[in-house]
Design a protein around this ligand. Structure first.
Ligand code: CA
Length: 233
């Protein structure tokens, strides 16, 4: 079995060493970079499976690193940001990052984020060709019919709710920002209308989730956005 290779981008040596030690102890292969330029170069020459990217770097900004990598690759990028960099985190997600960790984070959080991303990679491999169906636990979407089902029962969704659900399904495992969702479902003129999005999320969850208060499919990331997660049930 080939081990996953992680590119660790962090200019703070003690943090970089902590991450590297954790990865090593958990059977990941890794390479490291201490600058933005170095990160882009390592990503290009090694084509790692996942990038762990600190946003505050000494040379170029982490968001710029994402833009450069995204110009040629869809490799998953998990950004690491300090709490004071919340806006940067959202900008990073909009630039194409998949997920984020907020400093200080625990080793368990780091490993959990990596597992989520590995599952997303596995899912992407299985759905490389345009597929007519989406299956996640009991949720099934038949794209050709334009219908969604939960355990065999058709969900009675409005056109907008269906569009929203399909956007989440196509991006399973990724954190989508409010702005990204609004732009993709309603168009850019609705960019700032988070209230509208909340209303649609509430009605979608009532139909999709067994317990809308503790959702199984779509997680809320407060102040950031939402994520469809892969479930086994
Ligand atoms: Ca830093």
């Amino acid at each position: 079995m080939s081990k996953f290779q992680i590119l660790v981008v962090e200019d703070d040596a003690p943090v970089r060493n902590l991450i590297s030690t954790t990865l090593k102890a958990n059977d990941y292969r890794f390479i490291t970079a201490g600058s933005g330029e170095g990160a882009v170069a390592e990503a290009a020459s090694h084509n790692p499976d996942i990038v762990l990217l600190d946003l505050g770097l000494p040379d170029i900004d982490g968001v710029e690193v994402i833009r450069r990598i995204r110009s040629w690759s869809n490799m998953p990028i998990i950004v690491i940001s300090a709490r004071a960099e919340d806006n940067d985190k959202i900008e990073a997600l909009d630039a194409g990052a998949d997920d984020y960790l907020t400093k200080p984070f625990s080793v368990e959080e780091l490993l959990a984020r990596l597992r989520v991303t590995q599952r997303r990679l596995a899912l992407m491999k299985n759905t490389n060709n345009e597929q007519a169906f989406y299956q996640n636990g009991l949720l099934r979407i038949d794209y050709s019919l334009g219908c969604a089902y939960l355990g065999g029962d058709e969900l009675s969704l409005t056109a907008m709710e269906y569009k929203l659900l399909c956007l989440f399904a196509r991006n399973t495992g990724r954190v989508l920002t409010h702005k990204y969702i609004l732009q993709n479902v309603w168009g850019s003129s609705w960019e700032n209308d988070i209230g509208t999005l909340r209303v649609f999320m509430t009605t979608l969850r009532k139909k999709l989730e067994k317990a809308p208060g503790s959702p199984q499919y779509i997680q809320t990331h407060i102040g950031v956005g939402y994520r469809m997660q892969k479930t086994d049930e």
